[in-house]
Ligand binder design. Sequence first.
Ligand SMILES: [Zn+2]
Length: 514
Amino acid sequence: MKFIFKKNLKEAPKEALFVSVCHTNKDEIFLENGIKTLYLKRDELEKFQSNTKNLRRLYLLIRKMVILAKQTQVKQLAFNFNDFAILLSSTKKTEVTPPLANGGVTSVFSSTLELAEIIGTQIAFANYEFVQYKTPPPEGFNFIKEIFIEGTNPEIQKIILKGNIIAEEVNKTRSLSNTPGGDMTPSVLAQEAKKALKNLPVKVKILGEKEMAKEKMEAILAVGRGSEMESKFIILEYWGDKKGEEKKDKSDFPPAGGKVGLPSFLTKNAPIVLVGKGVTFDSGGINLKPSSSLLGMNMDMSGGAAVIHTMALIAKNKIKKNVIGLIPAVENMPSGKSYRPGDVIRSMSGQTIEILNTDAEGRVILADALTYAEKYKPSLVIDIATLTGAAVVALGERASAIFTDDDILCKNFEEIGEETGEYLWRLPLWEEYESEIKGSLGDWTNCHNKDSRYGGATNGAIFLKQFTKKYSKDCKWVHLDIAPRMTSIAGEYLAPGALGTPVRLLYKIIEKLK
Ligand SMILES: [Zn+2]
């Protein structure tokens, strides 16, 4: 898809669908003098302008435009940037000051630059469909090829294109996740990481089972043991802020519109580590899932896919920070070699894990990956995992669950979540919950030790926490359970299948961290 900026939309080809954003009763398409115009229904202006949550309406509106255009089979779309800018150009800017902010943590929304990035991102996000396995129809697949935009300036254009690059990486994440399990093995995921980061300044290192055994990563090896496919541990290193180099301040890419001053804790160039769950197919193992739960389990590597393409975005935008990606990649299968319920595994950390259910495998592999992260002496570790069905039960399919002990950081994640359309909701991570995972044979059980269904998302998080306790005192840890946002839902104006969450969120957080 190509963005073409014009002084006047009259220069756009006649076959294009011209869009007029207005406050009408319904979306309508008219053909007048051979020109097709879409009158795109929007809400009243106040609904866009009253508070930040209503950026949500804007995302939907932009995506609706694309979906309606695709329904008419046009290949070109033309609109005026100011039709959207007017939605945000309210008299007062919307400010959000979180109650816990220290040092004036504020977000200012509704700048035209932010809008530019949103437009660039959301158009490409909505244009995506996963067609890799389909035979192309004679007229070709139904994608918008060219977007003509009037009413921009060079600065806005640059940021629209930047938004488009963000969406391209999100869409690549979706394609990795959408790939069937038979074609997406741990080795393939590792190859895809290499491909995604080719020609970018990211070091890619892949550990096989032998190398993992040397590192004593017995938790990852145990989960992968039942599969014919070799487990892999994918290490991605991006050193954007050279060690020893005096930390340059502060003038990172001007965040589009908003300026969220995150707490300043990235000390001494210590890296940010992203850990992504890479279960390329989760059958449940010996605790085999019921038929109804097996479909879609090729997407259980969505956290890992998000890490790969977040790394690509960081490198492409030359972010001056050190960021490491770690992806334990395994297939969880039942066989004579599988790990069993009742097994006790000594993890890389030295702590033992008592397996009560082989379908709670994500936290087991993440345990070793979180331990491996210690090597980097990080200042922030974020793990991303389609970890629990319980998170979906708790939140529905509209927000990912966030767990952290740091209130300010949490608030900032939530805000950037709003700003990027990657909505988050916090669940507890209190130490009281530890009693639910105390083992009788081993140190920790990999699910509730009384076989209770209660609090499953928190039990997963509190388990992971046990493997972050050796981080330095200043290091923060955030766990994102993205199971609720693994796939799109009706009404979002997005293709069915994987969502590519939370690439936009991670990228923005890292871009804005000080
Ligand atoms: Zn599982």
